[in-house]
Design a binder for this molecule. Structure first.
Ligand code: SF4
Length: 905
């Protein structure tokens, strides 16, 4: 039977089904092109990941397909060229390096943003034909500890469960994940389950009190890096309270006694354990008791577990508890890793990591090596693993790697010790970058730029966190000369003499080859294939079937039209040589870096609700930019006092690797001694907002994953004399500004500026810029109070604001959120008065954006609560519309309501 949807092109009434570009939930969307070149977006009610729901990022996808900043043509040395010249140049340069220095002198650094077809071709070219393992992916930064943990326990990189397990569980443990912001739609599914069944217990384990805690029955704010001790404590508790499923352990596992012995050393004494974790002993007991007595438990984990120098051990400590209780492969039970990127899983399937082969076959397995060599018809297949991301960039820095091709990722922002990455690329003889965006911190280091298709132009497949493969479909024509990544690589491969193996005419040909590869010597033995990943049920698909393919969860030995929720390991058989799952004996270890008197605080990092990765796409949406427009560091009030920090002012952070200057957010959501900073801001978007300049390059010895969640830093105030907001229709030259952040707003950009100069000196810098924005007949609004350091200036053409600025010694105490909307407001008298006085009037006075979907501000919400005596979030939603879009702002609405009610008491 065909695996297609009813309509074979995935289309109905002009709506085209595709998949969201962002997180690993992998939500299905439906898109319809609009006459202005943008897209209408809605959730796909038939997609089993989201059943129609979308979060704020998914809903804003249509706003991010604008042509602003696209890389349109190939370039060599910054000069436009044609595709033939660029491809010849890349192929010849790689060949020259390989001829002179061998295949280990070249590398690819790829991305979980690539489609599976792209990933497959990249891996095949590097490992199979160039003959080096030097291809690694930015998924190394988010998922490799899980891959290592899965392989150690199961003998395969298998996520055992599916999303519906969250709804069927009686207890969900969320550890190292701010799901409410990072996997919002899955969080909404869990929240709905909790509303339906309040008895469903939810425990959040996180050093920070995040929005995810809004649905928690218990929050354990453990000390960063202590997860192994916690789960070892749990394993000890299960053993001492006789909750181990002895029959399951005996029949289906190995290594229990050794794992338990280690666990007891870490966690048999509750008082000591509570001190190690820095949590209340009673809370610990509650968690252990709930876990012990609940049969159906899902443990969700993500970057807080993976991004650690003991990440793989943390994963295994979680899996150990599930194996000990036999809670795996059953409805509502299992360890469940949440993948960060939309196609982190697809990359893992086709060998995007330096230490895997393809189709879940292994580099160090001779039999697999033979199968793949024969299948690809190559004698060059590498026999050894390549360099993992951090080691790979070290090799670029020290000159062992002389040519690197970076695809769809921005390592100058996202890799630890980011300034070193920038230096390494600047010194590398050949840096090729394929991207759809022209100006990123990484494209600035490129010798060759290749324009790739963007999300809305690409066609292929992605795999989400529950092993579900979905089609990403072409929605819009490609601007300029952008090409599919698989095509670009195939063309280079042909020019390197490998044409016979890269003669693809269509992305469906690549997919079909990958599907057939999963069947290599993978026949059924006693009702089970020898490897977990089997897609052979899709092998007979035509291009037409591929075009209309409905979401499919693997393994897929046979095709079925109905939506399935498949679990693995229900039979208690695993992919280890013995067929039994392996307990892994692990001990708690401190993070690699230590706090010191020079660097006394630990810096944590993570995502925010409305941005994605390095903001190259979400940064294009004015709506998404409004929620948290400036990079910030969250600091506990006690630390703020000790280190002289004031909420809203600028802090300077530093350590041996780098520095940052960002706004201070004094908040009790972080514990004393800890800081939090978002990952998103780049050197293109801010003067010094890249968290990774500070992050240590220490990695997990097993997985190679860096420790993004614990970096010792120093912090102190950065003193400045003046601040400004500047609105401009275009990008401005910021080279002479001390501190600035760029935010996309409707009609242009808003710059948030702070300066060590006086207000008068700063205004003297900004005025020429504004004056240059219009013809001489434009009207000027000019207010100056030099004694108070207040300057406000605007240039108006008819009813159109061309640009403006507000300068003052301190702008943080004023409500100025309204300024970001001015470029597309008709400039009436009210607007002019607001600019001249610096005080919003009328509808401008809605306050800081809380609901990005419906554009509802804080002042509007507070006013509605006050005037309408509102007592619930649903009343706020009814009255203001806030929270009726994606629902991601509901925890914030609850917070505002709580504060307002407390204030009115
Ligand atoms: Fe996209 Fe949001 Fe769904 Fe993630 S949860 S796939 S970001 S819509």
């Amino acid at each position: 039977m065909s695996a297609t949807s009813d309509n074979t092109s995935g289309k109905s009434s002009g709506w085209i089904k595709s998949t969201c570009a962002y997180c690993g939930v992998g939500c299905g969307i439906e898109a319809r092109p609009k006459t202005n070149g943008q897209l209408e977006i809605r959730g796909d009610h038939e997609h089993p990941a989201n059943f129609g729901r979308l979060c704020s990022k998914g809903l804003a996808l249509g706003e991010t397909v604008i042509p602003d900043g696209r890389l349109l043509h190939p370039k060599i040395g910054g000069v436009r060229t044609d595709w033939n010249t660029a491809l010849d140049h890349v192929a010849k340069s790689f060949e020259d390096v390989i001829k002179e220095h061998g295949p280990e002198a070249v590398a690819f650094y790829v991305s979980g943003q690539l489609l599976t077809e792209d990933y497959y071709v990249a891996n095949k070219l590097m490992k199979g034909f160039i003959g080096s393992g030097n291809i690694d992916t930015n998924s190394r930064l988010c998922m490799s500890s899980t891959v290592a943990g899965h392989k150690r326990a199961f003998g395969s990189d298998t996520v055992p469960g599916c999303y519906s397990d969250l709804e069927q569980a009686d207890m969900v443990v969320i550890t190292g994940s701010n799901m409410a912001w990072c996997h919002p739609v899955l969080f909404q599914r869990l929240k709905a389950a909790k509303q339906q069944r309040p008895e469903l217990k939810i425990v959040v384990i996180d050093p920070r009190a995040t929005d995810t805690c809004a649905i928690a029955d218990l929050h354990l704010p453990v000390k960063p890096g202590t997860d192994v001790a916690l789960f070892n404590g749990l394993l000890s508790h299960l053993a001492t309270s006789q909750k181990v499923d002895e029959s399951y352990v005996r029949q289906h596992t190995e290594g229990f006694n050794q794992a338990l012995m280690c666990a007891m050393e870490d966690g048999s004494d509750p008082a000591t354990l509570a001190r190690t974790l820095e949590v209340e002993q009673q809370d610990l007991k509650t968690f252990f008791d709930w876990y012990a007595r609940t049969d159906k438990v899902v443990t969700l984990f993500s970057q807080g577990v993976n991004q650690s120098t003991s990440g793989a051990d943390k994963v295994n400590s979680i899996i150990n508890c599930h194996l000990a209780t036999g809670r795996i492969g059953k409805p509502g039970s299992g360890p469940f890793s949440l993948t960060g990127q939309p196609n982190a899983m697809g990359g893992r399937e086709v060998g995007g990591l330096a230490n895997t082969l393809a189709a879940h076959m292994e580099l160090d397995n001779e039999h697999h090596h033979g199968l793949v060599s024969e299948f690809w018809k190559t004698d060059s297949l590498t026999t050894k693993s390549g360099l993992k991301a951090i080691d790979l960039f070290d090799a670029i820095e020290d000159g062992r790697i002389k040519a690197v091709w970076i695809m769809a990722t921005n390592p100058v922002v996202s890799l630890p010790d980011a300034d070193k990455i920038q230096r390494a690329l600047r010194n590398c003889p050949l840096v090729v970058v394929s991207d759809c965006i022209a100006d990123t911190d990484t494209t600035r280091c490129a010798d060759v730029l290749l324009p790739a298709q963007g999300w809305s132009e690409k066609s292929g497949t992605v795999t989400n966190s529950e092993r579900r493969i979905s089609r990403q479909r072409r929605l819009l024509p490609t601007p300029g000369e952008g090409k599919p990544d698989w095509w670009i690589m195939s063309e280079v491969a042909k020019r390197m003499g490998f044409g016979h193996a890269f003669d693809y005419l269509h992305e469906g040909d690549v997919f079909n080859e990958y599907v057939r590869m999963t069947g290599l010597d993978n026949s059924m033995v006693a009702g089970k294939t020898q490897r977990d990943l089997d897609l052979t049920g899709l092998a007979d698909m035509s291009h037409r079937d591929y075009a209309g393919m409905a979401p499919q969860q693997w393994p897929l030995v046979q095709m079925d039209r109905k939506i399935e929720h498949k679990r693995l390991f229900a039979d208690g058989r695993f992919f280890t040589p013995s067929g039994k799952a392996q307990f892994v004996a692990v001990r708690h270890r401190q993070p690699a870096s230590r706090l010191s008197s020079d660097y006394p605080l630990s810096l944590n990092s993570g995502r925010i609700r409305d941005q994605w990765h390095t903001m190259t796409r979400t940064g294009l949406s004015a709506r998404l930019g409004a929620h948290l427009p400036e990079p910030y560091v969250s600091v506990h009030p006690a630390d703020a006092e000790v280190f002289g920090l004031t909420h809203g002012k600028v802090a300077a952070l530093s350590n041996e690797w780098g520095y940052a200057r960002i706004r201070v957010d004094v908040s009790e959501r972080v514990n004393p001694g800890q800081l939090f900073m978002p990952i998103h801001w780049t050197g293109v978007m801010a003067s010094a907002g890249r968290v990774c300049t500070l992050v240590s390059p220490d990695t997990d010895a097993i997985s190679g994953q860096p420790e993004f969640k614990f970096t010792p830093v120093a912090i102190g105030p950065w003193e400045y004399q003046s601040e400004a907001l500047l609105l401009s229709p275009g990008v401005i030259d910021t080279s002479d500004l001390d501190y600035w952040v760029r935010q996309k707003v409707a009609g242009g950009y808003l710059y948030r500026i702070a300066s060590s100069e006086t207000p008068k000196q700063l205004e003297a810098r900004l005025k020429p810029h504004c004056l240059g924005l219009t013809a001489s007949q434009g009207k000027q609004l000019d207010f100056a109070s030099p004694s108070k350091g207040q300057f406000r200036f605007a240039v108006i053409d008819g009813i159109e604001l061309k640009g403006c600025y507000l300068v003052a010694p301190n702008l943080q105490e004023q409500d100025l959120d309204w300024v970001q909307n001015l470029l597309h407001e008709p400039v009436n008298e009210m607007v002019q008065r607001s600019i001249l006085t610096g005080i919003a009037e009328g509808k401008l006075a809605r306050g800081k954006t809380v609901c990005a979907c419906k554009q509802v501000g804080r002042n509007t919400i507070e006013q509605a609560i006050r005037e309408g005596d509102l007592e619930s979030v649903s009343q706020i939603s009814e009255c203001t519309g806030a929270g009726t879009g994606c629902g991601s702002c509901v925890p914030e609405l609850q917070e505002i309501l709580d504060e307002s009610l407390a204030y009115s008491l």
